[in-house]
Every structure is written in structure tokens, then in C-alpha cells.
Design a protein. Structure first.
Length: 144
């Protein structure tokens, strides 16, 4: 089955977002712009994202750390899925347009939850790494 056929037969596919994600992967400027847009949109619509707020922020954090070169222990397929989910999130016209009151973020929340579940093990490893980074920051007392 070709990708095009597969994409049209599936009820939902991040295929076109994966292709866009590939153009962002490794591009610090595009990554930063995407994260800025995503942070603005999520902050503005936090109440609509209540059920997926924590996983969304974790996806943002992991992508930010990856884009900065701080955390690279993630398979390419996982980081592409994360970028694709963030791209889907920032796109205002998607399966359910964001401007539809009460429903506009339902599809975004579903994509976020789905992606977080798909990369669950990678997110767990990232959380452990992130916590370790926070615990190993030197304070002035440590330097003495």
C-alpha cells in the first residue's frame, strides 16, 4: 500500500505533518518559531487543554531540549512525531477548526494524547534526564 493510499484510507493521519516536521528537524530557527507559536497558543487556550496540559508541556520541553542540542537521546521517529503533533496543534484549520466553540481543541487534545502515548517510553527517559539536570545544577555553595 502506498503512503498516499494509506493516508487516505486512515480516518486520521499525521502524514503531511510528518513531512513538515522533517523540514523543521535540525533547523534551530524554525524550531524556535514553532515552539514560540505553540507556547502562545497553549497559554491562551489553557482551559481548553486542561486534560492534556501536562503532556503538552512535556512534549514542548523535550522538543526544546532536543532543538538546543541538550537532549538527543531520542529516536528520530519519536522526535518527528512530537514535532508533527506540535505542528498539528498550532494549525488553526484542522479536523475540527479551533474557532468552533467547545469542540475546537478536541482534536488537538486527541493528537497530543495519542502522541504522548506513542512516545511514552521516550518521555519517561526525558523526564528522568530533565530531573537529573535540575538536581545537578551547581550553586555558589557547591563551587567553594
Amino acid at each position: 500500500m502506498t503512503e498516499e493510499t494509506k493516508e487516505t484510507k486512515e480516518p486520521f493521519s499525521l502524514g503531511k505533518y510528518i513531512e513538515k516536521a522533517k523540514s523543521i528537524l535540525g533547523n534551530t530557527e524554525k524550531s524556535s518559531e514553532l515552539l514560540d507559536d505553540a507556547n502562545k497558543k497553549s497559554s491562551k487556550n489553557r482551559s481548553s487543554l486542561d486534560g492534556v496540559w501536562e503532556p503538552l508541556q512535556l512534549l514542548f520541553s523535550m522538543f526544546r531540549s532536543y532543538a538546543k542540542g541538550e537532549y538527543t537521546e531520542i529516536p528520530t521517529r519519536s522526535i518527528l512525531a512530537i514535532i508533527a503533533a506540535i505542528l498539528y496543534f498550532v494549525t488553526p484549520i484542522d479536523v475540527i477548526p479551533d474557532f468552533i466553540f467547545g469542540l475546537g481543541f478536541a482534536d488537538d487534545a486527541a493528537v497530543i494524547a495519542f502522541t504522548a502515548k506513542q512516545v511514552k517510553d521516550d518521555l519517561e527517559k526525558y523526564k528522568l534526564w530533565s530531573e537529573k539536570q535540575e538536581n545537578t545544577i551547581e550553586t555558589p555553595e557547591d563551587i567553594k
